[in-house]
Design a protein around this ligand. Structure first.
Ligand SMILES: C[S@@+](CC[C@H](N)C(=O)[O-])C[C@H]1O[C@@H](n2cnc3c(N)ncnc32)[C@H](O)[C@@H]1O
Length: 284
């Protein structure tokens, strides 16, 4: 194991794998995360029974199925239900009543971009269903996408236990009881009326849009931190294109668009409203 690691460093393969990671995902691996990258790729070496990183590098460059495994290995998928309570309160108490009063007549369309294993999309389902249960005529759809195909599979299954649901259970016991069915051993899932409104698929944020569905609300949380500024600009512009005029984008609590030129204006910390292209620059 030691020799694998030192060989990788000595041969300068780390830089090759860092470049490959960026080419495939837009993720920039920081110098302090190099050993994490090596550890994750070493697992692929073991699965494939390859002798060393030289072999793995040429294998992954040529083999499309392995490229998918490579992407799944290099992504960090940390997530849980009701992450950052403040934004869920904003959605329930401000965004939804305002949207319902202003637009109301069609279904609300929400996108959990970089959804990981789906906890964010399922939290959205619960919050939106709870609003629907109190507001006749309101309906919604939630799309969840992620570049990592293995987490998308888990999001589709939608069964959660332990840490994934713990904070939600503590913060919102009544919502937990009303909208999650199951038990601690088997896990919990949302009922069919919510599940039928959720749709999860694999998508790289940097790929050209296959469809041009527009959204009223996009959650792009805890993924910009993995990108350098120029890639953040591209990701945020791609989100802007997919938002209805006046739509809202929410980013992660350790992220900011302060230094990212874009067509969004802040409403609250980490919560932004889309403005027409160019308006923001003119205003400055
Ligand atoms: C830390 S998780 C965030 C999950 C969730 N949004 C949250 O805040 O709890 C970051 C996710 O971004 C995904 N990701 C990274 N690069 C991506 C890209 N280029 N396109 C789509 N998803 C990406 C990863 O696979 C990972 O699941």
């Amino acid at each position: 194991m030691e020799s694998d690691c030192s060989q990788l460093l000595e041969n300068g393969f780390t830089d090759e794998f860092i470049k490959l990671t960026h080419d495939f995902t837009g993720i920039t691996i920081k110098p302090e995360k190099r050993s994490m990258l090596e550890g994750r790729l070493r697992r692929r070496l073991r699965v494939l029974e390859l002798a060393d990183f030289t072999d793995y590098l040429s294998y992954v460059k040529k083999n499309q199925a392995e490229q998918e495994e490579f992407i799944n290995a290099v992504t960090t998928n940390e997530t849980y239900f009701y992450r950052t309570p403040r934004i869920w309160e904003y959605i329930s108490e401000q965004f939804l009543p305002q949207w319902h009063a202003r637009v109301g007549s069609r279904s609300l369309s929400v996108w959990s971009a970089a959804c990981s294993t789906g906890e964010e999309g399922h939290t959205l389902g619960i919050i939106l269903q709870s609003f629907k249960d109190k507001h006749t005529g309101f309906d919604y759809r939630v799309k969840g996408t992620d570049i990592d195909s293995s987490v998308v599979e888990k999001a589709r299954m939608g069964i959660y236990k332990g840490r994934a649901v713990q904070r939600f259970r503590e913060a919102k016991p009544e919502l937990f009881k009303q909208y999650l069915v199951g038990n601690d051993d088997a896990g919990y899932e949302v009922p069919p009326n919510i599940k039928s409104r959720l749709d999860f698929s694999a998508l790289n944020l940097f790929d050209e849009c296959r469809d041009m569905e527009k959204y009223d609300l996009v959650l792009l949380r805890n993924v910009l931190i993995y990108f350098v500024k120029e890639d953040q600009i591209a990701a945020v512009a791609a989100i802007h294109k997919r938002l209805h005029s006046g739509g809202v984008a929410i980013i992660g609590e350790s992220e900011s668009l302060n230094h990212v030129p874009c067509d969004f204006v802040p409403i609250l910390p980490t919560i932004y409203k889309a403005v027409p292209v160019g308006v923001e620059q003119q205003a400055v």
